[in-house]
Design a protein around this ligand. Structure first.
Ligand code: FAD
Length: 398
């Protein structure tokens, strides 16, 4: 296992640092640093800057607009982005449907959709989960019935992140109910402006609107919007889920949170002394740091395996479980570190134009929202219980 960086890698790291220092807009950085959801305008503006630099889609093959970075360079970039509080592209277009399109789509679909994803012309959302079909995704009920050159889609999706912003949704639909569940699913790309689609908000624990229900009532979708073959959608869906788990550990983001906690620990006081001198508090912080370091080295080991041509199997599940648990512990500790100022979270503070004074220190705005939102981190992207099932099957052979 070789975990050291070459001279070229270090030069690349400097280039990424320089780019982020000069190109990342302050407002985008600030929201990300505070753990708040990006605004649509800010996210699109930043994605366009990244695309101009040619860095929006590091994991895409070069022929479709990828960077051609080595695995090590991708790792370095991810860590520099985290350290600088720079958001990466939203996953739904670049990391989820994009790879499905260039791997399984036809030429016309590649020519049309891929440049639009890179240029952030379409905001995508993911229409997988349904009421009653989350972990047991293959039981999904949304139906697509063929009618000439169209499908007529009826049904409901749920937990659809940022559907309220979306121009397009990629959807798993049932096209055959007479066969084994997995063999009757197709993968459709649907324009959110199509008549018959209704988006209803779900307000999260963080009092924010990022989640939605999406209803389909006699929605006409051209057959040419189907990816690959009819009834083979499960294959494409699983391919996408594998990509979704990559990067979900967010090690660099957690390292940034640790830095933040050390700063706060020097300022906030408990029992008349700084938190940094409180053994109980520092014990919690140090334990997280040790676990985070172990996670980082685990990620590096997997990176080294991949750069030697080995395929990963259950490893992304390990990263997902440990990474999300650490994210939750960190945001809990951030809230704890703020004492009474951790509690008065008001979602309205996000609203532009609000000019009421912040209660407590400036760094107190954000952690509670992120803490509440990240309760979901052990659920989304495949719940951690399901990841444990995957590990028990693939590693332990149970
Ligand atoms: C914040 C957030 C954002 C999301 N965004 C999207 C999105 O954009 N698009 C989308 O399609 N979906 C999205 N989801 C949905 C997400 O994928 C599902 O919530 C997840 O797959 C779990 O499904 P479920 O909610 O139906 O829970 P269930 O599947 O009903 O599970 C309930 C509980 O039972 C456990 N469980 C279930 N089956 C097993 C088993 N076999 N063994 C052990 N334990 C089990 C689960 O781990 C969980 O704890 C999002 C969810 C959240 C919370």
């Amino acid at each position: 296992m070789d975990l050291s960086f070459s001279k070229e890698d270090l030069a690349f790291r400097d280039e990424v640092r320089e780019f982020l220092a000069t190109s990342l807009p302050d407002d985008v950085k600030e929201r990300f640093d505070r753990g708040l959801h990006a605004t649509k305008e800010g996210q699109v503006r930043w994605q366009k800057i990244l695309n101009e630099k040619g860095w929006l889609a590091p994991n895409w093959p070069k022929e479709y607009g990828g960077t051609g970075w080595t695995v090590t360079q991708k790792y370095i970039a991810a860590h520099e982005f985290g350290h600088a509080s720079a958001p990466i592209a939203l996953p739904f277009g670049v990391s989820m449907v994009g790879p499905v399109i260039y791997t399984f789509g036809n030429q016309e679909q590649k020519d049309y959709y891929l440049p639009r994803i890179l240029n952030s012309d379409d905001w995508w959302c993911q229409g997988y989960s349904e009421p009653g079909s989350g972990s047991d995704l293959a039981s999904l009920q949304t139906k697509a019935v063929r009618d000439g050159d169209d499908y007529i889609v009826n049904g409901q999706k749920i937990w659809t992140t940022f559907a309220q912003n979306a121009d397009m949704i990629f959807c798993l639909v049932r096209t055959d109910s007479s066969v084994k569940q997995q063999e009757g699913i197709s993968f459709l790309l649907i324009d959110m402006k199509t008549p018959g689609i209704t988006v209803k908000p779900i307000i999260g624990l963080d009092k924010e609107h990022s989640l939605n229900e999406v209803f389909f009532e006699d929605v006409r979708v051209p057959v040419k919007n189907r990816i690959g073959e009819e009834n083979k959608g499960w294959t494409y869906a699983k391919f996408l889920l594998g990509n979704e788990r990559n990067g979900i550990a967010r090690v660099a983001r957690s390292k940034r949170q640790v830095e933040r906690l050390h700063v706060i620990a020097k300022t906030e006081r408990s029992g008349g002394r700084p938190l940094a001198e409180d053994p109980d508090f520092m014990n919690k912080l140090n334990r997280i740091e040790v676990d985070l370091m172990a996670l980082e080295y685990t990620e590096l080991r997997y990176l080294s395996m991949m750069s030697h041509g080995k395929n990963l199997s259950a490893e992304p599940s390990v990263l997902k479980i440990k990474g999300t648990e650490i994210q939750q512990r960190l945001t809990s500790l951030l809230v704890e570190s703020l004492g009474m100022y951790g509690a008065p979270y008001e979602a309205e503070q996000n609203y532009e134009g609000r000019n009421e004074a912040q209660v407590g220190p400036d760094y107190g705005f954000g952690p509670m929202a992120e803490h509440l939102y990240l309760r979901a981190a052990t659920i989304y992207g495949g719940s951690n219980e399901i990841q444990r099932n995957i590990i028990s099957k693939m590693v332990l052979g149970l």
